[in-house]
Every structure is written in structure tokens, then in C-alpha cells.
Design a protein around this ligand. Structure first.
Ligand code: FAD
Length: 436
């Protein structure tokens, strides 16, 4: 598709960032073509039919500081579909299920001394008020957390989260990235005692479909099931893309595909960019979903720290979004390096492990409660953000003229979120438009 200046822009990826880039370019009068490898828009936020329930493959919650998200909802006339809930957090520690996430729960929690509790509370308050993450950028999360919380505090509160997400890569994660995660959740509270979590009626997909419709109204196109094989260039300038062996002419290509795909897709990048891309590490996710005929607990988020349980938490999504009011949907995300033998486990093995954990947490749990089960995998689900991460990334505006790239890595120190995808989409658009 050619825009009013006669130039042609292609966007790789129809997740929140790719759709965001198309939408913001459309607002400025540019017509673009989005190429999405999958059969639907949304990327990680896409929904599927879970035995009669349209629901996202990976759970999504919204925080009170997701301003770019609120802005697009407003623009698309969807603000009334945003709902806020005072969710609750729980902790299964040492065979005991306790409340978590407010001062009283902290004071009554049995696993920590008063001093450890005070250290933890100060850490959360420190992260909540942090304006600048530079000081933490060069520090390793594991060292910083151990220093702050002490060995016992670290072992109780953070060890399972780090070791059961990053495994052998846990010591490579930056402290700034952890602090930004703590901040996002800490700032999303109604009060010291009440957590405030948001969801969209109909799940994240309704926003993705509304964006798709808005983009098409702007005169742009979205092509599904069209994986880009290669970005073609001549004399250090992008000239087109190869889709299924056919080359289409484009002078601007914006990639929002996960960075590990980019090197192969764009062979003409300068060598220093290939070198940087080769160093980027990601972990994958196997996300299990259970539909139960009754509630499992009252908690939206349940952290787990128990010997022998290799699973850091359970998200009881219907304690945030009640959906049809009948079914109870639980997500169990298993993040890990894709080289971990467990990543190749059959779904049934994961199922058996989770059922055992459900029984450990709630001894009365019976498999009869399970109405349906599903597992979704995403190979590059989470970049491992190392200290000094931004310097490790290739520039978003490539020396290969007309080529721009970003993925969830560039949110650093922020973690992945839809709001950050939209913010990043604006930055990509700014760079591409300024270049014209
Ligand atoms: C388990 C889990 C839980 C999450 N929880 C939350 C949450 O609670 N709140 C929140 O805000 N965010 C959450 N996120 C993060 C959120 O989903 C991501 O930040 C967001 O989806 C990233 O958008 P994106 O467009 O950058 O990438 P993606 O969603 O990964 O989209 C990239 C797209 O590029 C396409 N693509 C790849 N290669 C090609 C190619 N060669 N040609 C064409 N297309 C290609 C892919 O098919 C994909 O659709 C979660 C993610 C996961 C995995």
C-alpha cells in the first residue's frame, strides 16, 4: 500500500506493537501494510476458543499507570469497557496458604522475622517512589535483592520467582528491571490495603480487534498468515520484503517481531547489529490453563514457595475478570530457557504436575473439578534483561536505511506490557516519520 507521499511502509507483526505502529502512522495520514505470521491479530494477547470460552492464551491485567493503554481506549471509544477490581494476592509458603500484599498480611506472615519484614516493606516503598533507574541499571537483581532483603528474605520472597523463571540465567537479570516491575504493581493500588487491578470486558482481544478495524478504516491493510521471510535491500537501503518467495516493494519496513528472528530475516544488517542480536537471550513460556467448575481460591495471584514444587504461582483469572460467572479459569505459567528439558515436556506431564500442586495447596481438590485443560507456548516470551541492557541492543533506527526494529526488549527497564508496546510503537513511528 502506498501512502500520500508515494512511499510504501510495511510493518512486520500484528501484535500490540505492530498494530500500534500502524494505527499511529494512520493517524498521521500514512497508509501501511501489516504482515502477521499468525492467523489472527494480537500476538501474545490473542484469544482462542477455550472449550466455549473466548479468552486470551496468556493472562493480561492492567495497572493504574498504563497511560498509553488508557489513551488508545479513549480514542477508540472503549473506556467504558475498562473495569477495576480490588484483587487479592496469596502466598503458599511452608505448607500454609496466607494472604499477601498488604501491611497486615506482611505483619502476620509466619515465614519472616520482623526485621526481614521491615526490610521488605522499605524495598517496596523505595521501588514505588523511584524516579530514575540509572543507579540500578548496572547491578544484578539477585545481588541487589539479597543485599536489601538479607538471605532469608531473599530465599522466602524472591528465590522461587527468579530461579523458576530464569533458571541458570537468574544471575544475569538487571536490578533496574526488577525494581520497575515492583514499581508498576506498587503504584497500582487504591490504598495501602487495597490492590487495584484492571481488565477489559471481553479480554485484551477486543482492543486488538478495535485497533484492526480502526487501521482498516484509516485505509491501511492487515494481512494475516503472511510470515515475512526476508527484508530485501540494495546499496544499504531497504527495497522490499519477501513473503512466501514473492518480493513486494517497500522503502520502509518496521519490524516488531521478537529480536531473535531479526538477524535471519534481515541478513543485510551491519555486522555489529548481528553481533548484538546474537547476544540477546530470551526465555520461553508454557502457559497452562484450567477451567474448573468451582473456585480454587479467592486470590487472583497466588505465589508459591515450597520444597519440591517447581512452579512459582497460579493466576486465578476469574477472580479478576468473572467472564460468564460460571467457569473458573486458572493460568499456570512455566517460564524457562527453551533449552531446559522440561520445555519439551508433553502437555500431559505438566498437567499431572499441576494437579499434584493443586492437591498440595487444597487437599480437597479433585480432578473432577477440571472441565477443560489447555497449554499454550511462546518461544520468545521474555527477554532476559541484563545490566546495561539498552546498550546491548542494536539501534531501533538501523544503519540499514528504511529499516526500524523493536520488540519487548526495548521497554527496559520496564517489563513487557501492552501499554509499553503502544509507547514503543509511538517511538518507532516518530523515528520512521522523522526520517522521511
Ligand atoms: C504469560 C504472559 C503474561 C503477560 N501478562 C501481561 C499482563 O498482565 N499485562 C500486560 O500488559 N502485558 C502482559 N504480557 C506482555 C504482553 O503480552 C506483551 O508485552 C505484548 O503482547 C508485546 O507485544 P508485541 O507486539 O511487541 O509482541 P508480540 O505480541 O509477540 O507480537 C509480535 C508478532 O509478530 C509476529 N511475527 C513474528 N515473526 C514474524 C514474521 N516473520 N512475519 C510476520 N509476523 C511475525 C508474531 O506472530 C506476533 O504476532 C504478558 C505476556 C505473557 C507471555
Amino acid at each position: 500500500m502506498t501512502d500520500q507521499s508515494g512511499q510504501k511502509i510495511a510493518i512486520i507483526g500484528g501484535g500490540p506493537m505492530g498494530l500500534g505502529a500502524a494505527y499511529y502512522l494512520g493517524k498521521q495520514g500514512h497508509k501501511v501494510t501489516v504482515y502477521e505470521a499468525g492467523d489472527r491479530v494480537g500476538g501474545m494477547t490473542a484469544s482462542f476458543d477455550f472449550d466455549g470460552t473466548m479468552i486470551e492464551r496468556f493472562f493480561h491485567f492492567i495497572c493504574a499507570t498504563d497511560y498509553d493503554y488508557f489513551e488508545i481506549l479513549e480514542e477508540l471509544g472503549m473506556s467504558d469497557q475498562l473495569n477495576w477490581v480490588n484483587t487479592r494476592m496469596g502466598y503458599f509458603y511452608n505448607g500454609r496458604l496466607s494472604n499477601w500484599g498488604d501491611p497486615i498480611s506482611l505483619l502476620t506472615f509466619r515465614g519472616l522475622s520482623l526485621i526481614d519484614k521491615a526490610r521488605y516493606a522499605f524495598k517496596v516503598l523505595y521501588c514505588k517512589g523511584l524516579k530514575n533507574f540509572d543507579e540500578l541499571d548496572q547491578q544484578k537483581a539477585t545481588e541487589w535483592l539479597k543485599k536489601w532483603l538479607g538471605p532469608k528474605g531473599y530465599q522466602v520472597l524472591w528465590d522461587p520467582l527468579m530461579s523458576l523463571k530464569f533458571y541458570e540465567l537468574q544471575d544475569e537479570v538487571s536490578a533496574a528491571w526488577i525494581a520497575a516491575r515492583v514499581q508498576r504493581v506498587a503504584q497500582s493500588r487504591e490504598s495501602l490495603f487495597k490492590e487495584k487491578t484492571g481488565y477489559l470486558t471481553g479480554c485484551s482481544e477486543v482492543l486488538m480487534i478495535a485497533m484492526q478495524e480502526a487501521i482498516e478504516k484509516q485505509g491501511s491493510e492487515i494481512k494475516l498468515s503472511q510470515p515475512i521471510k526476508q527484508v530485501v535491500s540494495e546499496n544499504n537501503r531497504v527495497t522490499g520484503i519477501d513473503v512466501g518467495g514473492e518480493v513486494h516493494a517497500y522503502d520502509t519496513v518496521i519490524s516488531t517481531a521478537p529480536l531473535p528472528y531479526v538477524s535471519q530475516m534481515v541478513p543485510d544488517l551491519p555486522q555489529q547489529d548481528h553481533d548484538k542480536l546474537a547476544r540477546i537471550k530470551n526465555v520461553g513460556v508454557v502457559c497452562l490453563m484450567f477451567k474448573l467448575d468451582r473456585k480454587f481460591s479467592d486470590y487472583f495471584w497466588l505465589n508459591i514457595n515450597a520444597p519440591g514444587i517447581e512452579m512459582p504461582g497460579i493466576i486465578e483469572y476469574t477472580n479478576l475478570n468473572p467472564l460468564n460467572g460460571k467457569d473458573h479459569i486458572l493460568y499456570v505459567p512455566y517460564y524457562m530457557p527453551q533449552t531446559n528439558p522440561k520445555y519439551s515436556w508433553d502437555n500431559e506431564l505438566f498437567y499431572e504436575e499441576v494437579v499434584k500442586v493443586f492437591k498440595t495447596i487444597r487437599p480437597e481438590f479433585s480432578e473432577d473439578w477440571i472441565k477443560s485443560f489447555h497449554a499454550s507456548r511462546y518461544f520468545y516470551a521474555q527477554p532476559v534483561c541484563e545490566p546495561g541492557y539498552l546498550n546491548m541492543l542494536p539501534p531501533m533506527q538501523s544503519p540499514l536505511q528504511g529499516f526500524y526494529m523493536a520488540d519487548t526488549s526495548y521497554y527496559y527497564p520496564q517489563d513487557r506490557s501492552i501499554t509499553e508496546s503502544l509507547k514503543m510503537a509511538k517511538q518507532l513511528v516518530e523515528l520512521a516519520v522523522a526520517d522521511r
